[in-house]
Design a binder for this molecule. Structure first.
Ligand code: SRM
Ligand code: SF4
Length: 588
């Protein structure tokens, strides 16, 4: 592995670089004009800074619903910022989560959002509050650096603290080392956000301001696109490892990690109008012993750095680099950067999935409680006071906290007597325990979408709970209440809730209309297929009920929904379901 600072990307050099590449190149390690514009008194930033800011963990947005109300005002958009904080492996303390809740109240929109990649988002932060926000996050030993942008993102890992098997502890420790290894080294973040407001002194990491910035892994232009990594166990793919650019499946025997199967090139986002884009599951690349995890990750990141497409952001992810090069040529290039051949993959593969909801023995005389947070949104609304309940739990019990890749929480290190206390706190605040919600709701998730997401074409987070309300009685009538299948909804095809490998994917097509996908599965190792397009929201419940009726009528014993739809095929399910719908309309 070379530690030389790379100077220019090898691939795409001849083609015209995108505007984002131009901005990154000119940015002096992600500084650009951010510091100057931060102090200029305007409500927002200019185009170049908006792109660079993503690497610092923040997106310039506006409340899209507020636009109409502002017609005639000086600016049609009331600018605010989304800030994402990295939580590697989803692991944080009660004090950190309390501080995040405080920040949401003090400078955000009064809520926080647990994400599908185990991190935390705040919305509605105004420009003048960005710097105090980053400083507070730094004070609690967290960071927003590289939570977004063309870098390695928040690395995911099974968060369950199951200490009776040392494999999970070791995997989680490996994740911590990898997250540190792949973190950008630029001091721009510290210079811009962490200057002492009173003395002007800068909190610099990794040297003095006289030193030259060095990005040994990324180089000055960072990566062509976002890059995502996850760890999973064969028996527990709760991180959806196949949906990541880089995946590590732990191969273990008798409590000992033998090594990792390395996967590369997963990614969900598509642009339907661009046929060159597609969702992809990661490919199995090879096997490495535990001591080579950092080196193989670095090699793959560097190949993507040098061969990813920098002239078209639509096809810049690793999945397209592999598609263009071919898997064998890609593997050969990775081996060249790695400095040795990769062993073939071990046969171990994903065969289980656990969302860790409910009460579990940690194996160290303590317990953890997996608490389902609907679509990851922590809020107080009317008699539903989840935010206040959470504060009480964190304050009174001081548990360890983990965020799951299903937008939910684990409270860890609890005593058996805490069960009653947690149940009481939740009930006192109008919140159901995880045991009191349906299996359907437990396995559903939605992306943020409207009103903050600038890319949303349809609702998601705000409408999925209502859709689940409508489906619950139908599922019960069909006798399927105990069947676990994933329902994942997004407000556009970028697929932030990973709908394309779920049992039922519902993807925003245009305002109020959705595409339904069927045939993926809980295990996350198979893509689904388009079932029906441009379905009005008000028809979703009956369309899905018809699919479930078909499943009920024709499933084999023990067959899951996804496996059934895959076996019967979307055409077969559609013709059965359409007849059933015609029949039920006739009877209605
Ligand atoms: Fe995402 C862009 C929210 C996980 C694929 N995603 C966005 C932005 C930043 C919209 C934008 O670019 O203006 C969304 C912010 C909305 C808002 O108002 O908060 C956004 N993505 C999210 C989160 C918060 C969804 C959630 O409900 O939890 C997730 C934050 C994860 C984190 O903590 O890091 C989130 N996004 C994902 C995932 C799932 C995953 O990583 O496991 C995917 C699919 C996997 C993948 O990357 O392919 C995903 N987001 C995208 C894409 C499509 C990327 C592509 O290659 O085509 C975009 C658009 C883009 O990058 O151009 C996007
Ligand atoms: Fe926004 Fe689309 Fe992602 Fe949903 S899937 S958060 S609408 S970019």
């Amino acid at each position: 592995m070379s530690d030389d600072q790379p100077t220019s990307p090898a691939a795409g050099a001849a083609a015209k670089p995108t505007a984002v590449e131009v901005a990154k190149t000119a940015s002096n390690f992600l500084r650009g004009d951010i510091a100057r514009e931060l102090a200029d008194g305007a409500p927002g930033f200019g185009k170049g800074s908006i792109q660079l800011l993503k690497n610092h963990g923040t997106y310039q947005q506006d409340d899209r619903e507020a636009r109409k109300a502002r017609e005639g005002a000086k600016s049609a958009r009331e600018i605010s910022f989304m800030i994402r904080t990295c939580v590697p492996g989803g692991k944080l303390t009660a004090a950190q989560l309390l501080a995040a809740l405080d920040l949401g109240d003090a400078v955000g929109n009064g809520t926080i959002r647990l994400t599908t990649r185990q991190s935390i988002q705040h919305h509605g932060v105004v420009k003048g509050d960005l710097k105090p926000f980053m400083q507070r996050i730094h004070d609690i030993q967290m960071s927003t650096l590289a939570a977004c942008g063309d870098v390695e993102r928040n690395i995911m890992c099974c968060p369950a603290p199951l200490h009776n098997n040392p494999v999970r502890d070791e995997m989680q420790a490996t994740l911590d080392r990898l997250a540190q290894h792949l973190a950008p080294r630029t001091r721009a973040y510290y210079e811009i956000w962490l200057t002492d407001p009173d003395t002007g002194e800068k909190t610099l990491a990794g040297g003095t301001s006289a030193d030259k910035d060095v990005e040994p892994i990324y180089g000055p232009t960072y990566l062509p696109r976002k890059f995502k990594t996850a760890f999973a166990l064969p028996e527990d793919n709760c991180t959806d490892v196949y949906a990541n650019d880089l995946g590590f499946i732990v191969v273990h025997e008798n409590g000992k990690i033998l090594g990792y199967n390395v996967l590369a090139g997963g990614g969900m986002g598509v642009t339907p109008s661009a046929a060159k884009t597609f969702p992809a599951l990661a490919k199995r690349l090879g096997f490495v012993p535990p001591e080579d995890v950092l080196a193989i990750a670095e090699a793959i990141v560097k190949v993507q750095r040098d061969f990813g497409n920098r002239s078209d952001r639509k096809t810049a992810r690793l999945k397209y680099t592999i598609h263009t090069m071919g898997l064998d040529a890609f593997r050969a290039k990775v081996e060249e950067y790695f400095g040795k051949p990769l062993a073939p993959c071990h046969p171990a593969d994903i065969h289980g999935f656990d969302d860790h909801i409910g009460w579990h023995d940690q194996g160290d005389r303590n317990y953890f409680y997996g608490f389902n947070v609907e679509n990851g949104r922590v809020h107080d609304t009317g008699t539903f006071r989840l935010k206040t309940a959470l504060r009480r739990i964190l304050h009174d019990l001081k548990p360890g906290v983990r965020i799951t890749a299903h937008q939910s929480l684990l409270f860890t290190g609890l005593a058996v007597t805490d069960r009653e206390r947690i149940t009481k706190i939740l009930h006192d605040h109008g919140v159901k325990t995880s045991e009191e919600i349906s299996t359907l709701r437990r396995w559903s998730m939605a992306c943020v979408a409207l009103p903050t997401c600038g890319l949303a074409v349809a609702e998601s987070e705000r409408v999925l709970p209502g859709l689940i309300d409508s489906l619950e009685p139908e599922v019960a009538k069909l006798g399927l209440s105990n069947d676990a299948f994933t329902v994942r909804m997004t407000g556009c095809p970028n697929a932030c809730a990973r709908p394309y490998n779920s049992d039922i994917g519902i993807v925003g097509r245009t305002l109020g209309k959705y595409t339904i996908f069927l045939g993926g599965r809980l295990l996350g190792d198979r893509l689904n297929e388009q079932y029906k397009d441009v379905v009005p929201f008000e028809n979703l419940a009956q369309e899905i009920t018809a699919v479930l009726a078909c499943f009920k009528a024709e499933r084999k014993p023990g067959e899951t929904l996804g496996d059934f739809c895959h076996r019967k095929g979307v055409d077969g399910v559609r013709s059965w379901a359409d007849q059933w719908l015609a029949g039920s309309r006739g009877h209605g």
